[in-house]
Design a protein around this ligand. Structure first.
Ligand SMILES: NC(=O)c1ccc[n+]([C@@H]2O[C@H](COP(=O)([O-])OP(=O)(O)OC[C@H]3O[C@@H](n4cnc5c(N)ncnc54)[C@H](O)[C@@H]3O)[C@@H](O)[C@H]2O)c1
Length: 278
């Protein structure tokens, strides 16, 4: 069924299989927890083979086990995204195991809250290394194999912190703003090779990342604090709730599928409507 437009162009037709990922291969950093884990499970259910990369090898193995138990294909490469050699090895191992790389998800990241005046240099280096250089290395490593392949989709995790500046969020927010800009410029450079590059700027998502808001002194989830966290952060959004890892994974699924085949250089916002930039 044609939807109008260019006559005879096979892309100009409704295709209910456009979300299918059969035969695709995805490498996902941060795949051992939260958004990365939900993304791994989601892309696997859509048909993709997954290479789960995380500094937390046990977490990554857990994700891979869940995928294989459900009948999917997954394996693990322990990866510290601050180490270029680790990221290169992740991409090389993915190519050895599967012969291609369709999706590179640069998802690993850590929170950081501190006033600019109080932030020590060690913290500056550490947060830049994980949240920014890790994504940079991931983009470069993916390009190395996607350009000759002539296709691919790169996904970077930015953050809603770029939309809503707040005290203590300078360092975290500046890494995420840089990731957004990297995404746009790389989309310009990669488009002619058939590679799409997009980023996510999620709002508040309930994961280990925001754990400090809802655990007790022993680090165990405190149901009362959890309820408060959901209520207080939830009411900031027009949709009146905090997000789930699945909310973000669904957006990533769309972004890596053929259903978003004309979308590149975009910052998508699964944020419950908390910010609505042009
Ligand atoms: N949760 C939120 O509210 C939220 C909002 C906006 C953006 N984000 C971004 O989403 C991404 C995923 O966060 P999440 O909420 O799923 O958190 P999470 O803590 O549940 O997961 C992060 C994962 O990254 C891994 N990781 C940390 N340092 C690493 C390193 N050096 N090398 C490899 N892996 C490393 C951790 O082991 C963990 O498995 C992050 O980039 C975060 O900044 C989160």
């Amino acid at each position: 069924m044609s939807t109008g437009g260019r006559v005879g162009d096979p892309r100009d037709a409704f295709d209910r299989e456009a979300f299918g990922l059969d035969g695709r291969v995805a490498a996902l950093t941060g795949g051992g927890s939260g958004i990365g884990k939900a993304t791994a499970l989601t892309l696997a259910r859509a048909g993709a083979s997954i290479v789960v990369a995380d500094i937390d090898e046990a977490g990554a193995q857990n994700t891979a086990d869940e995928i294989t138990a459900a009948g999917g294909t997954a394996s693990v490469v322990r990866t510290d995204v601050t180490n270029r050699a680790d990221i290169d090895a992740l991409v090389d191992t993915t190519m050895e195991r599967h012969g291609r790389l369709d999706v590179m998800g640069n998802i690993a990241g850590v929170p950081y809250n501190n006033m600019v005046s109080d932030t020590p240099d060690d913290d500056l280096e550490k947060i830049l290394a994980i949240n920014l250089k890790g994504v940079w290395y991931g983009c470069q490593a993916a390009m190395r194999v996607m350009v000759p392949q002539g296709s691919g989709s790169i996904i970077n995790l930015s953050s809603g912190a770029i939309d809503t500046p707040a005290p203590t969020l300078a360092l975290y927010g500046m890494t995420k703003a840089a990731v957004a800009q990297l995404t746009k410029v790389l989309a310009m450079e990669a488009g002619r090779s058939g590679i799409r590059v997009n980023a996510l700027a999620p709002g508040i998502i309930e994961t280990n990342f925001s754990r400090q808001h809802f655990v007790d002194e022993e680090g165990e989830v405190d149901p009362e604090r959890l309820e408060k966290y959901r209520k207080n952060f939830g009411r900031m959004a027009p949709l009146q709730r905090v997000g789930t890892p699945q909310d973000v994974a669904n957006a990533i699924w769309w972004l890596v599928s053929d259903a978003s085949g004309f979308v590149t250089g975009q910052i998508e916002r699964p944020n419950g409507g908390v910010a609505m930039p042009w």
